[in-house]
Design a protein around this ligand. Structure first.
Ligand SMILES: C[S@@+](CC[C@H](N)C(=O)[O-])C[C@H]1O[C@@H](n2cnc3c(N)ncnc32)[C@H](O)[C@@H]1O
Length: 330
């Protein structure tokens, strides 16, 4: 199988089911993948009425009658390579969702969320509702700590103009994200948007983690992940698609997209400089004793108290001394 290595990525031009034998067990932190749809996707442009000259040739479709077995086989490999605690996100349309869910059911992977992605340019219909969503199945492999960076994009303290939590909104399981329209530029028929991929990558991995895409298509997952300083391994069976896209990938600088993503605004902490009242000192003592019974370190307890009381590090240290609790002997 042809292998191409670039900074941050290793890519194979071949079948991911046999090819994933190249990847050791339990070695991948995050899998994001968008398997072929099994609905004659190589003719999708007919439904979408797009100008085919801008669509990269060579999308390899899976015949409908093979979809069930095909799903079982690649999902078994995905389970094997994922590390315990690792996450997998699978994008699926409705038609073959049943087979993907069934294949997941045959593994030890556990569901975390069933996300709905609502996009623009749905399949036009006249005598029923327009289909304009995909399913994103977010599962994890049990036995390890799952990465979920709750405040990677929006701080818990950030609010909209009506006082609603922006962090809550960013973590809802219905995502409204438009497909990217790139007039006149070569694209894959079903390229996933950067906004969707960066959200998954930010929440479910850290810089330096290994991200895998078993069905690279236009390499959108790989491009986003390398751009965000993750390492990537992936497969694409179509030589036409692989050759066109690998060319573009060689120009990608790892980490070059880090300055384009949403990051949390630091919570604005208003420190009070008032002297401590006796009541405040007493509540500090009680709260300190509660936190000492947890697994937090002294430093973490101090940060928590800073957050809760709006005081600085030294102010808390001094007030703790007044309670009779001596720094360094705690
Ligand atoms: C839905 S597309 C992926 C689109 C991709 N997420 C993107 O954003 O461009 C599925 C891709 O899987 C490829 N494919 C089909 N069977 C495959 C297999 N057995 N191994 C690897 N790639 C395969 C197809 O050629 C197609 O490019």
């Amino acid at each position: 199988m042809r292998k191409v290595t670039i900074p941050g990525g290793v890519f194979y031009n071949g079948d991911c089911i046999s090819g994933s034998s190249q990847i050791p067990d339990n070695s991948v932190d995050l899998i994001i993948t968008d398997p072929p749809y099994g609905i004659e996707g190589d003719k999708l442009h007919r439904h979408y009425n797009r100008d085919e000259s801008f669509v990269t040739d060579g999308y390899v479709e899976i015949p409908a009658e093979e979809y069930e077995n095909f799903s079982m086989n690649w999902i078994a490999q995905a389970e094997r390579i994922l590390r315990p605690g690792g996450s997998i996100y699978i994008v699926s349309g409705y038609t073959n969702l049943l087979y993907i869910l069934n294949a997941l059911h045959h593994t030890r992977l556990e569901e975390v969320n069933h996300i709905i992605w609502k996009y623009n340019f749905g399949v036009f219909t006249s005598r029923k509702f327009v289909s304009s969503h995909y399913h994103i199945l977010y599962y994890t492999k049990p036995g390890g700590i799952r990465t979920f960076n709750t405040e990677c994009r929006v701080a818990l303290s950030e609010k909209d103009e009506h006082g609603g939590s922006l962090n809550y909104q960013d973590r809802e399981d219905v995502w409204i994200i438009n497909r990217e329209y790139k007039p006149g530029r070569v694209k894959n028929k079903n390229e996933l948007p950067f906004a969707l991929l960066s959200r998954i990558i930010q929440y479910s991995s850290n810089e330096g983690d290994l991200v895998c895409d078993l069905f690279l298509g236009g390499f959108s997952t790989a491009r986003t992940a390398i751009g965000l300083s993750r390492n990537v391994i992936g497969f694409e069976i179509s030589s036409g698609m692989f050759d066109t896209r690998i060319q573009e990938m060689t120009n990608l600088v790892p980490g070059s997209l880090l300055n384009t993503i949403r990051t949390p605004l630091e919570p604005e902490r208003k420190l009070t400089r008032k002297t401590w009242t006796d009541d405040e000192i007493n509540s500090l003592r009680t709260r300190y004793q509660e936190l000492s019974g947890t697994r937090l370190t002294e430093k973490e307890i101090n940060s928590k108290l800073q957050e809760e009381l709006g005081r600085g590090y030294w102010s808390i240290e001094k007030a703790l001394k007044k309670t009779g609790i001596k720094p360094g002997r705690r």
